[in-house]
Design a protein around this ligand. Structure first.
Ligand SMILES: NC(=O)C1=CN([C@@H]2O[C@H](COP(=O)(O)OP(=O)(O)OC[C@H]3O[C@@H](n4cnc5c(N)ncnc54)[C@H](OP(=O)(O)O)[C@@H]3O)[C@@H](O)[C@H]2O)[C@@H](O)CC1
Ligand SMILES: [K+]
Length: 505
């Protein structure tokens, strides 16, 4: 799914109005109906809604939703700024419709302090949407702060009020803190970055039928990796395949005390379908690896640390988990990179070694995939102010070096050399544990060996990793799930993918 800027969303809106054709107030009605339907199918334990409406079209959505919920039998209180009753055209239409309904009480924002937010009440935030032009001040700031202090469930319409859709907010900005955000048609960029994304709660994208023609013909560099993207990448395994069809991976890493990391990466490469999988590790890991991942063939890279990396042809290398940064290992990696041309995957200590010397960066073969977490990214490319700036820097580096950067985060980003960004929306905080990154390295290496392109391997890889983690969290909880559980769930993710990709009778 493309991620559109506010400007492009506005154009999509206008194009739809002109070409569907549909009037703008009908489009608002459609958007509000989508929200109301989601609300009454999901909010079965609550009977009352307090709806907070601003003066623009976001407020207009709020008025329409309030009317629809009232007609479904819920108790509704609507809060507005009675000192300033100037609305956008479509908001005014819906305000007037609401005023005609005697059963809905229209309250002033100032009444919020005396209002009884009982346990049956859900708060709906329709103060500001994509038209926010400055940080909320005065009464708006006060209302948002009071609402944020309430324990009642909170739903934002389109975007949490106070959040800018395309850019980062000031550090101390006042933003509504939602449990759910019902957003129209597209993910907004701000939802995907940690500083702002923590205000959305669960994001539900509602399809309000904006013109598909406009969406297809309007370019964007930003994408969300949704089911559609994955459907277009995933290839089912051919019936007449042999082990050579699905490539050869060599997972390189491990050092004394860090054999677990390389074992996790190796197991993941096996589970993600690589035809032949080797693990190149120091001898101290031999028995552990042969016992725990017997399907992978062992290659000796040293005694306690790796001091040589054998070069083999037609092989995809994934280097880094548990590698360590010893001098002898550094030498071995540099020597290997000096002679190696084809794209490979570099992670963890391989990246830490590369960040030791500026000249090493140039040794990364073109089209390789590097998978840094924020700290590793900083060691490689320097400090940035926030995750928006970090992404901009990653774009510049991906282009300059001609590589793919998988920037690991809550919504991991795949950045291509051509400047596209793919945000991942699978995965959960159960992955915030040592070992999770090693799994990703194994998966991406395995996919690249199976002849997925670099972009496909990175995009499908982060999605698979997150999806398997979601399955693991459902079974064991985010707290208790282990990286091994994530590896074990890969099979169930592939079963799902295969089902969707196979002709059903
Ligand atoms: N996508 C779609 O196709 C569809 C979109 N729809 C909906 O439209 C929404 C966008 O609507 P919108 O453009 O009218 O802007 P909105 O967010 O309501 O705010 C503008 C108002 O707020 C004011 N204002 C701004 N900042 C302020 C501040 N800090 N403090 C105080 N005031 C402030 C601003 O005033 P001004 O800046 O002019 O002073 C103006 O009055 C979108 O999010 C979605 O909900 C659906 O209805 C239909 C389909
Ligand atoms: K809102």
């Amino acid at each position: 799914m493309k991620v559109f800027t506010v400007e492009n969303i506005r154009l999509a809106d206008q194009y739809t109005i002109k070409n569907e054709p549909v009037s703008s107030v009908q489009l608002m009605e459609r958007a509000a109906l989508n929200c109301a339907e989601w609300i009454y199918s999901n909010c079965k334990n609550h009977t009352k809604f307090a709806v907070f409406c601003g003066n623009g079209n976001n407020g207009g959505d709020g008025f329409a939703i309030a009317r629809m919920l009232y007609l479904k039998g819920f108790d509704i209180d609507v809060f507005i700024n009675k000192d300033h009753l100037k609305f956008s055209d479509d908001a005014l239409v819906n305000y007037k419709k609401l005023k005609d309904i005697s059963g809905i009480s229209l309250k002033d924002f100032h009444e919020i302090e005396r209002y009884n937010f009982d346990e049956k009440t859900i708060i709906i935030d329709a103060l500001f949407g994509t038209g926010l032009s400055r940080n909320p001040e005065g009464i708006f700031k006060k209302v948002i702060e009071i609402l944020n202090s309430k324990v009642n469930p909170k739903i934002s319409i389109d975007i949490p009020s106070g959040m800018f859709a395309d850019q980062i907010n000031n550090e101390n900005a006042t933003i509504f803190k939602a449990d759910y955000t019902l957003t129209f048609q597209f993910w907004k960029r701000a939802f995907l970055h940690p500083e702002t994304g923590s205000f959305t709660g669960k994001v539900v994208v509602l399809d309000i039928n904006l013109s598909q023609e406009f969406i297809e013909n309007t370019s964007s560099n930003d994408f969300v990796i949704d089911d559609e993207v994955i459907k277009n990448i995933f290839k089912i395994r051919q019936d007449f395949a042999h082990k050579g069809t699905y490539g050869k991976s060599i997972i390189v890493g491990g050092s004394y005390g860090k054999i677990g990391a390389i074992m996790l990466a190796t197991k993941s490469a096996l589970k993600a379908g690589s035809g032949l999988t080797f693990v190149l590790a120091p001898n101290c890991g031999y028995e552990i690896l042969q016992t725990n991942a017997p399907e992978a063939m062992f290659m000796n890279g040293g005694e306690k640390n790796i001091n040589q990396i054998e070069e083999q042809e037609n092989t995809v290398y994934g280097i880094g988990p548990g590698l360590g940064t010893e001098k002898e290992t550094e030498k071995a990696l540099v020597k290997f990179l000096e002679n190696h041309q084809s794209p490979l995957i570099l992670d963890a200590d391989a990246l830490n070694i590369i960040s030791k010397d500026n000249n090493y960066m140039k040794l990364i073969p073109k089209k390789s995939i590097i998978t840094p977490h924020p700290k590793e990214f900083e060691r490689l490319f320097g400090k940035t102010e926030n995750s928006f700036d970090r992404l901009d820097l990653a774009k510049t580096k991906a282009k300059d070096l001609g590589i793919y950067i998988v920037l690991k985060d809550h919504h991991t980003q795949v950045i291509t050399p051509s400047g596209n960004v793919f945000y991942n929306i699978t995965g959960n905080s159960g992955l915030a544990k040592g070992g999770s990154g090693d799994i990703l390295t194994g998966i991406i290496t395995s996919l690249l060996a199976q002849k997925y392109s670099e972009e496909e391997a990175a995009v499908l890889g982060v999605w698979l990793h997150g999806k398997a983690a979601d399955f693991a969290a459902e079974k064991y909880s985010k707290e208790a799930m282990q990286p091994t559980d994530v590896i074990n769930e890969l099979g169930n993710v592939f079963l799902d993918l295969n089902k969707k990709a196979t002709t059903q009778l």
